[in-house]
Design a protein around this ligand. Structure first.
Ligand SMILES: *[C@@H]1O[C@H](CO)[C@@H](O)[C@H](O)[C@H]1NC(C)=O
Ligand SMILES: *[C@@H]1O[C@H](CO)[C@@H](O)[C@H](O)[C@H]1NC(C)=O
Ligand SMILES: *[C@@H]1O[C@H](CO)[C@@H](O)[C@H](O)[C@H]1NC(C)=O
Ligand SMILES: *[C@@H]1O[C@H](CO)[C@@H](O)[C@H](O)[C@H]1NC(C)=O
Ligand SMILES: *[C@@H]1O[C@H](CO)[C@@H](O)[C@H](O)[C@H]1NC(C)=O
Ligand SMILES: *[C@@H]1O[C@H](CO)[C@@H](O)[C@H](O)[C@H]1NC(C)=O
Ligand SMILES: *[C@@H]1O[C@H](CO)[C@@H](O)[C@H](O)[C@H]1NC(C)=O
Length: 285
């Protein structure tokens, strides 16, 4: 119960410190450096070249769900390039990179990102982007078969699962060159996201013609900035903290007052019994 009281006090203190407006303030500063890059993005076009005969045009995208449900969230216009495309077509070259044995591998593609801005081409190579993986999964035979997702290999006593890449995030810097892959890509989830797919046999998975979401964002993009500065999730607002703190404190004081009043009554009873029992203690000494 004391814990809840302490937590309530902590929330009240947080409401005074108001961490959310500090976070929004940090974000506001980032938005200032985003404004000029936003315009550059607006005046640019982008495409992915997988093969001289195969290019994928990226389109401008302003969809952003991040922060939309938070009151007082700094207003800004999102802008990035995106596409939902198949990277491995029948005619496309791809590599299969094995890890130690044939049991584990990555299917990768090479491509070039080309951004055109003011008649100037900025192109960067993206080598060995993983589009599919077969990886050992540390589960036992029962779990492996129960999910019906993996293949249980008796020889190596291991479960192998197949993963398709569903989303890739590419970050470019302010001069439109690809920066190194960011661990905390577009939304803090890494530069690519993979999904496990159902594949129960040891036959190779051959259908690589699935579309992948590709996002190209600026390094100054507020979402990218936030994911690199641990700001994707915001603290509660000052008002929420006050309400939480007040509720917790009233609940705990209310509940705490029950044993205290009980203790008070007990103490009074004890006093009477102490008086009557005192002589007996003396007897025993
Ligand atoms: C973008 O294009 C508009 C008109 O096409 C131009 O007025 C503006 O200066 C350009 N901005 C940048 C940053 O290139
Ligand atoms: C814009 O991006 C969002 C999030 O990645 C995606 O769901 C949506 O389909 C995209 N829209 C277009 C027109 O590409
Ligand atoms: C895929 O490529 C192979 C040869 O590399 C060819 O035989 C086959 O017809 C192609 N399939 C399709 C659907 O284009
Ligand atoms: C992809 O690039 C790597 C090194 O950058 C190269 O070794 C490999 O052959 C390329 N793969 C294809 C299919 O072009
Ligand atoms: C395959 O991809 C995984 C990530 O999915 C990575 O950790 C591993 O190093 C890659 N292996 C090879 C041989 O490229
Ligand atoms: C962007 O990255 C390229 C290549 O790493 C580098 O040469 C350039 O100076 C960078 N530009 C900015 C504005 O950071
Ligand atoms: C390959 O997978 C895609 C999407 O996952 C599906 O639409 C397509 O029908 C599949 N093709 C074959 C030959 O199974």
């Amino acid at each position: 119960m004391l814990c809840i009281l302490t937590l309530g006090l902590y929330f009240l203190i947080q409401s005074l410190i108001d961490p959310q407006s500090k976070e929004f303030h940090t974000l506001d500063k980032a938005l200032k450096s985003w404004a000029p890059i936003f315009e550059i993005f607006q005046n640019s076009s982008a495409k992915l070249i997988i093969h001289p005969s195969e290019t994928i045009q990226l389109s401008h995208n302003t969809t952003e769900n991040w922060g939309s449900n938070i009151k007082d969230f700094p207003e800004y216009t999102a802008l990035f390039f995106s596409t939902y495309s198949v990277l491995v077509k029948n005619t496309t070259n791809y590599d299969i990179l094995y890890v130690k044995s044939e049991m584990e591998y990555n299917v990768t593609v090479n491509m070039t990102l080309e951004i055109e801005y003011m008649d100037r081409l900025h192109s960067s190579k993206i080598d060995r982007l993983v589009v599919h993986s077969k990886i050992r999964n540390p589960v036992n035979a029962k779990v492996c078969k129960m999910n019906g997702r993996g293949y249980w290999d008796i020889k190596t006593q291991s479960c192998y699962c197949h993963y398709n890449t569903v989303k890739v995030c590419i970050i470019v810097n302010d001069s439109l060159d690809i920066v190194d892959w960011y661990k905390n890509g577009c939304d803090g989830k890494g530069y690519y996201i993979q999904d496990m797919i159902t594949w129960r046999t040891n036959n190779p998975y051959t259908n690589l013609s699935y579309p992948i979401i590709i996002e190209v964002r600026g390094e100054s993009d507020p979402l990218v900035f936030a994911s690199q500065n641990d700001l994707i999730e915001f603290s509660q607002s000052s008002k929420d903290y006050t309400i939480l703190g007040a509720v917790l404190i009233s609940i705990s004081t209310l509940i705490l007052s029950i044993p205290f009043s009980w203790l008070y009554c007990q103490k009074r009873k004890l006093r009477y019994s102490e008086m009557s029992s005192e002589p007996r203690y003396k007897d025993s000494i």
